[in-house]
Write a new protein. Sequence first.
Length: 325
Amino acid sequence: MSQTYAVIAETRGGKLRQVTLEAIEAARRATQEENASIAAILIGHQVTELAEELAQYVDGPVHVVDRPELEVYHAEATFTATMNALTEINPNAVFLGHTAIGRDLAPMIAARLGAGQISDVTAIEHSGSDTIYIRPLYAGKAFERKRFVADGSAQIVTVRPNNFAVAEPLPSSSPITHSTPTTLSNLRSTVKEVVRKTSGKVDLTEAKIVVSGGRGVKSAEGFRPLERLAEVLNAAVGASRAACDAGYCDYAMQIGQTGKVVTPEIYIACGISGAIQHLAGMSQSRIIIAINKDPEAPIFKVADYGIVGDLFEVVPLLTEEFEKA
Ligand code: FAD
């Protein structure tokens, strides 16, 4: 029987998150079988248009669970609805983004299905008949190459945002099927309110460019030049923990071991020394640019380009130049 993979979609602000299309691409790369198909699961409320969009990227059906209780993420409700759809699909493997939601859902699904899980995958290779999942360890200082034991049980994979290409749409759209979860009425908690603390217009974990500020930014006001540069580059603004601890910005912006992990095309570190805990969240970025007035700052050891200077002079100059481009 041919293999079926399932991708669990994530939405934000009425849009499909980019990581969903990356997870589809990861599923395409993972499959070694020509006849394998990829189905999708979309959980939410009033998501008809998103289901149609998703149907352009998978060759298996899009299973939609559309209920008012699912308008915002609720671990129990979303899990119940997801399991409903997964029972219908009965997939060999399930792919999710390695996001806050993916990290919450994946272990629950793995436990319920008695499945193995490989998390935070950044690349997929094949070795003979094995699919090898590669994930970074110790802030990218080491890589782990893992494979599932072929015992017939389901496989759960979470993929780190910004590491796989966004899947290209297919020539024709897949059918959309609606599932009704058995029950969502006995939930043991309710979401009263979602207070979104965004780090700007661009989602930090999915941004192609991140401009980040550290203690060297010196104040909340000191972040303005960084925000201006980010606006010109269509970038997200991040921060070191020291900047968050000092109250210059919100913890939603923190990058590092105890913050978010980002892997943008370009990471611009302004007034950040480069502590190991900060590197844990950004060292996998493709190009790292550091602006620091201390030529001995450790950030220069990981930077591809370094500018030794005062960020309050350098950042406005860069902004001015990029504005001209
Ligand atoms: P500093 O180390 O104080 O560096 C400021 C830099 O700014 C200096 O290099 C200085 O030369 C430069 N500078 C000053 N003024 C200017 C100027 N005008 N122009 C240019 N450069 C200037 N940190 C994180 O970031 N993320 C985490 O998730 C995280 N988790 C942690 C978890 C644990 C368990 C622990 C113990 C620590 C954690 N930390 C984390 C903290 C980490 O150890 C560092 O303290 C922190 O990253 C330092 O932030 P910083 O580089 O902004 O500040």
